[in-house]
Write a protein that binds this ligand. Structure first.
Ligand SMILES: CC(C)(COP(=O)(O)OP(=O)(O)OC[C@H]1O[C@@H](n2cnc3c(N)ncnc32)[C@H](O)[C@@H]1OP(=O)(O)O)[C@@H](O)C(=O)NCCC(=O)NCCS
Length: 241
């Protein structure tokens, strides 16, 4: 439970931050699979709001607890999603071939930037897509985007028992301060380079192209499936005649 709510949860009142269902130890049975060579991570905009909500609502009570620090209800998720500011913050996502949003990251820029602009990272990966390093890739992408946006400190608020998220942040070089049940990870980022700008641009273009291919492929699959249904229907009618 958070005593003070992190920035990405500012849609809630502190009274919302009550611990929910009893937690079971995080299953250690997630077998890490080999990371895909290229993971198409795209920046999400206004028109992805509904899919972000569906993604978050597909998380079970444990996952919602890990993601938000409390067991967010569907209504609280709706409020969170309605409050997402796509201009100020950056939301990244990974779609599968069926256009299901299997992973989402929210990079929330701190309002008071001052001399040390900072941002906060929150992420979720659907249970069936875990262990493929999507969480790690999203963190990498958030680091790169933060550098390119002039942010030099990246924070992550994690429940201290959340081994997977702690590993992601630790592998990236974060240092941690543990405060009871919560741990704050903090990473000082290197300044942007021509290479970091160029890499992000290319990755975003590839991910957008990949998304549009998936949209077209799905349309083609739907068209064939409709044609098959029509054909089967006609065939049945002919047999009946
Ligand atoms: C945390 C979360 C995003 C990790 O996603 P993921 O794509 O499965 O993570 P990765 O595959 O990148 O794994 C990261 C590391 O954690 C390890 N790991 C994954 N699941 C683990 C588990 N259940 N227990 C222990 N380690 C685990 C991986 O082996 C990997 O370690 P490695 O780099 O040394 O191989 C995902 O579990 C999730 O959505 N949880 C619910 C929401 C949440 O906790 N959000 C984070 C708080 S903001």
């Amino acid at each position: 439970m958070y005593d003070t709510l992190p920035r990405h949860l500012d849609f809630l009142t502190p009274a919302d931050a009550v611990p929910g269902a009893e937690l079971h130890a995080r299953a250690a049975e997630v077998a890490p699979r080999k990371a895909a060579v290229v993971v198409p991570i795209r920046s999400l905009g206004e028109n992805h709001r509904a899919r972000i909500a569906s993604h978050l609502k597909a998380l079970d009570a444990n996952d919602r607890y890990y993601r938000f620090g409390f067991t967010a209800s569907d209504e609280q998720i709706d409020r969170y999603v309605a409050g997402l500011d796509f201009e100020r913050d950056e939301i990244f996502g990974i779609y599968n071939r069926n256009l299901v949003l299997i992973a989402v990251a929210h990079l929330a820029h701190a309002p008071d930037t001052g001399a040390n602009p900072s941002a906060e990272f929150g992420v979720s990966v659907l249970a069936q897509a875990r262990g493929r390093h999507y969480g790690t890739r999203l963190f990498d992408r958030a680091m790169m985007h933060s550098r390119n946006a002039g942010v030099n400190r990246l924070y992550v608020h994690v429940l201290s028992e959340n081994t997977a998220m702690l590993k992601i942040a630790r592998h990236a070089g974060s240092t941690f301060v543990r405060e009871g049940a919560e741990t704050e990870g903090h990473l000082v980022l290197a300044p942007a380079t021509f290479n970091s700008h160029f890499t992000e641009l290319v990755e975003e273009q590839l991910a957008q192209a990949n998304y549009h291919i998936k949209v077209q492929a799905k349309q083609i699959r739907n068209t064939f499936s409709n044609l098959q249904n029509v054909w089967r229907g006609t065939n049945k009618d002919e047999k009946r005649d």
